[in-house]
Design a protein around this ligand. Structure first.
Ligand SMILES: Cc1cc2nc3c(=O)[nH]c(=O)nc-3n(C[C@H](O)[C@H](O)[C@H](O)COP(=O)(O)O)c2cc1C
Length: 355
């Protein structure tokens, strides 16, 4: 029976255990370039012995950023600063990864600590923002530009180019962000996609851009390295994307190059009522894993070592992604190992503090 501290080998990558750092926007870049903040912030979690450290959403195009301060990977100039971060993560025995993202109609906003509101071009934002249909996310947001087929093809290519750069920077995992109401999720959900061409309408049409993106990234990305797909398994809104749809999507992607489905939820409907509580999204990872036999990751209010261990032992997921708990305690894997009585190698520099 697998447990939280059991290694997991996928393709040519060995995760030393099952605790991964979930992507977390830091809103701390200029021109999308990683800097000392990313080196220390992500590096600390690697020192804390996370099995893998994923960067925040890494924008595949400039207009694919959520805010002007986002991390980006739309040019070769972005490779070198990321390489420094990934190289350190790997030296710590952790697997470096990055989340490739396009914000779609949720782009051009200010960082949460600068107000977290839509911003105009004069305020440092941009226009147009892109989406499958010209439906604003919420009050105060720009009405997005309905993407042409050429623009869709260009975004798919931008994900593939970004994967090539992530590889050049030394990442071993790319996670394609198709969750939280950002561009790819906007295509999946009938609430944000009202197109009448081959990218809208039927289920097969709405998932088309995600399949194309996965295929394009797989072609650009080494065979031995991993592709994760983050989905919002439910819109938590009548008429929206459902857990059943998520099963349908994963079924189509099974054997098509996605190594693990990272099961989050929500983000596409500002008014959605979400029953947030400990482990509230674990059931989505469990369903995909048990009904389809695919690898899954659970995320969302996983904070307690016994809870995390239970998710792995009971076969609900293959890995857990922690976000806020890793902000509270960058060394959480060391904390969890201690609580569960499991052996884990501490950084040699910290050996004398080992209990
Ligand atoms: C500061 C912060 C930034 C986040 N940025 C991202 C992001 O870039 N991409 C993403 O998919 N999720 C992002 N999330 C969501 C987390 O990855 C995670 O799914 C969510 O916080 C639930 O996990 P938790 O309860 O362990 O925090 C962010 C969350 C936080 C707290």
């Amino acid at each position: 029976m697998a447990h939280l501290f059991e290694p997991l080998r996928l393709r040519g990558v060995e995760l030393p255990h099952r605790i991964l750092v979930s992507p977390m926007c830091q809103y701390s870049c200029t021109d999308g370039l990683a800097n000392d903040w990313h080196f220390v912030h992500l590096g600390s979690r690697a020192v804390g012995r996370a099995a893998a450290v994923l960067t925040e959403a890494n924008a595949v195009t400039p207009e694919g950023r959520i805010s002007p301060d986002d991390l980006g990977i739309w040019s070769d100039a972005h490779i070198e600063p990321l390489r420094r971060v990934f190289s350190f993560i790997e030296q710590q025995g952790s697997v470096p990864g990055t989340q490739l993202a396009h914000a779609g109609r949720k782009g051009s906003t200010s960082a949460p600590f600068k107000g977290g509101k839509p911003i105009t071009v004069a305020e440092g934002g941009w226009s147009p923002i892109l989406a499958p249909s010209p439906l604003p996310f919420n009050d105060g947001y720009q009405a997005p530009h309905e993407m042409t087929r050429q623009e869709i093809a260009a975004v798919v290519q931008a994900f593939a180019d970004a994967a090539r750069r992530a590889d050049a920077a030394g990442a071993k995992i790319v996670e394609i962000h198709a969750a939280h109401g950002y561009l790819l999720h906007e295509f999946l959900s009938p609430l944000s996609n009202q197109r009448t061409d081959e990218y809208g309408g039927s289920f097969d049409n709405r998932i088309r851009i995600v399949l194309e993106t996965v295929d394009a990234v797989r072609r650009a990305w080494p065979e031995k390295h991993l592709i994760f797909l983050r989905i919002s398994a439910s819109d938590w809104t009548p008429g929206g994307w459902t857990p059943q749809d998520s099963l349908g999507l994963a079924e189509k992607l099974k054997g098509r190059g996605v190594d693990l489905f990272d099961c989050s939820s929500g983000g596409n409907v500002a008014s959605a009522k979400i029953p947030v509580g400990p482990g509230y999204q674990v059931v989505f990872a469990q369903r995909l894993r048990q009904e389809l036999g695919v690898r899954t990751g659970a995320v969302g209010m996983i904070t307690d070592p016994a809870q995390a261990d239970q998710i792995i032992r009971s076969g609900q997921a293959d890995v857990v992604f922690l976000a806020r708990q890793f902000l509270r305690d960058p060394y959480w894997p060391l904390t969890a190992a201690r609580a569960l009585g499991q052996e884990i190698q501490w950084p040699k520099q910290y050996d004398r503090a080992k209990p």
